[in-house]
Design a protein. Sequence first.
Length: 230
Amino acid sequence: MSVWIDLWHLFFPKECLLCGGRLPKGVRGLCSECLAGLPRTLLHQQKDNLVERNFFGKFPVERATSFLYYAKGGDVSRLLYELKYYGNQEIGRGMGRIMAAELMDSHFFDGIDLIVPVPLHKRKERRRGYNQSRCLAEGISAVTGIPLRADVVIRSRFTDTQTRKGAYERWENVRELFVCVSSEVLNGKHILLVDDVLTTGATIVSCADAFGGIPGLHISVLTLALAGNS
């Protein structure tokens, strides 16, 4: 069997999604050079960092960070397009594993009981075939061992994409968008909300609002990318 695998890689080599270079057998997605060159924010090393300040006065956040800086047309943008629009779920799981591994030593995940991916509306998830935030959450869970719960919150209505909306339109588009359907599971828990990109923070805040009133609940936030106007 290994002979056939070797032949497959010889004639159909996997290529790095960013540079197009041939990947070693067993490596998926990105080569080591492109992975090392991704623009880390390192915000998890700072108390009251830019991402945490984004949520001040909106909901009580325990800790929050984004792993990479997003720039239109840049490498992170290309990865997100692969994940969201080209069906490359493994990019999400792989990046989830990578950011979890890099954040582990900072104790970012200490005390977190459950990982909760920000949900898509059922119609959009059926059309796409998956939820990209869940892919990220699966990768994080695989490294940290923290259980994933994708069934505690839902989107109550279908909304247009946030991509081309201004700040005010983004907030209005997601107002009262989420509903918690399993509040008893979250009593006294510390949850990690996971999403792909943080722009204005409107989606995360709306999701956090759905958990209002749950006794003893603590919320932290992790996104793969941070857009420039956050």
